[in-house]
Structure formats: C-alpha cells, structure tokens
Design a protein. Sequence first.
Length: 344
Amino acid sequence: MPAFGGFRPGTAPARHGQAVQAACEGSLLAQKGGMIRIIRQILLCLSLLILPFGAAFAQKPAPPKPEVPALWQLELGKSRAYLFGTVHALPRGVDWFKPHVVAALDQSNRLVLETEVPDNPASIAPVILKLTRLQSPRPLPERVPPDWRPTLNKAVTRLSPGPLDYSKTWFVALVLSNLQAQADGIDPRIGVEAVLTERARMKGIPIKALETAEEQLINFDALSEADQQLLLVSTLSELDNSKGNTSLLIGDWLLGNTEALADRVNADFARSPMLKRMLVEDRNARWADWIARQMKADEAPMFIAVGAGHMAGKGSLIEDLQRQGIKVSRVLPEVPKPAKRKRR
C-alpha cells in the first residue's frame, strides 16, 4: 500500500484499531481483562457495523471507470463537503487510499465518522451492560428455529465465543459475525476508519461522530426479539461463505460499483424490511438532516466517512441528502495524460 506524505496506512495502529482488535480475542466473559474486555468486544461489534453480506450471487459488470472506491462531493450554497463510503475492516494488501481521497481529507476542517470510540471504554460500561445483557440466561438454541440449531452449535464450537446465554440475541449475532471476520483475516486496524483516523490525527484534523456507541446500541436494542432472531439466523447462514462474500463486497467497493452494493443491501434485508428501516433507512435520514444543518451553519469543508452499504439503493444516504437540497456528485481521480512523443 503506498505511503502519502510519510504516512503508510495501517503501520501505526490507531486507538480505534487497537480497541477493536483486542476485542476480537476470544470469549466475551471468560477471558482475562474483565470489564474492559467486555466493553472492547462491544465496541468492535459497533465499529464493524457493516451490513451482513447475504448469500453470494453473480456480480453486475462493474463500470469501466473509475476503478476506485466511491467518493462524492456535496454542495449546498457555498458550502462543500466530501462523502466517502467505507469498509470498516479489511484484509491486508487492499490498496484503496488513493491520492484524491487523501487530498479531500487533508483539505477538510474535520473528519466525521459513523461512530464515536471513547478514549476510555470503561466510561460507557453501565450503558453497555444495560443494553446488551439479559436479566436471566436464555440458552442459545432456544433463539433459533429447530432446523438452525445444528448450524448454531457448529458455529459456537468452531468460533469459541464463550458464554453468551446472558447476551441479547442481536449481540450474539454481532459477536459471531465479528469472530468469523477475525478468522477470515479481516483486520479493523487497517480498516478505512482506522486509516482515516490516523491520517487526521497526523494532520491535526478534528474528529467528530454521527452517533455515539450508546446510540448504535440503542438501534439494535430497539429491534423486536423476532427481528433479532432473524438477524442471528441471517448471520449463521453467511458464516461458511463469509470469506468469499467479503471478497465480492470489497471488490465491488474498490470498483466504486454502487449498483452491486445496492443489490447486496437488498439481499441482506430481504427477510426483514423492518431491519433495513431501523438499521439503515432511519439512520440515513437522521444523518442527512445533521449533514444539511452542518453545511448551512459552516461553509468549511468536512470529510464524512460511513459504511458503503449506506450509500446504495432505495433509502440511501445519497437519496436523503438530495432530498435536503444538497447536490451530490462523484469525485473522480485525475487520469494522467499520455506523454507526447517527440518528433525526430
């Protein structure tokens, strides 16, 4: 991965990356580290809040150009901003931090991320425990249909998450999903947010967030138990093919193929439109309102980075921004002109 201005993405683990990586390691409750490890596990689940990948299907032909992740410019009156779709954790060797993305970040007066990761994870311990823990244990097999219980048992045996009977069903789904991501070599320390955060700190760019960790937890905790169980079943259905599906998703993202990403979003939530409304569409609407208010109040450019799944399809953040009267246009990298041949 190329370096820009002396900074090589992923070589110096950001605080965000360190917290989420530590959280992946083993059991939620049975490992050493007590409360801090529990909190870090939860923060990992939030930082990897990327839409479930769904069953694999044929990719749409990617647009021939540009073969870069999608970056948009937002315009509202004299105000300008940048919007970048992210993948929260990546395998090593993914070259995405292109010069035009670096330039957009460097000329912004703040970096706005999807989620806030506190400097002191223990500070939100009471809220986390309240929202993720059951009052009394409930065996995991009771939370899925009988025909899914062998798959659940296989996943728990292979991934070794530790005791989860006291965890709410939505959180069980996130824990299993993130442990599988770790097994597949997906690393939050070199995910997009970690790299952007490190660059922003190096450049002295302030960092803000659209949501707190508590607000993201509340999004999940508001789901009915039926929808939580759908989320768990969806997660179980994806585990065996997760590495291949992740590769397809990253491929679409790297190509800026928003149509294919939209197809994935729709497939992910086919079982439950309510999940899509609560986890994607409602949040997109809130974010668009916040972005519009910020752009009206401050003309200085900001760089906004949220999960790529929020940018695609019906009810996307792009659509909501346009409804706010914001002009949205793709930012394309400059293509070097071919050198002129000298005449002899």
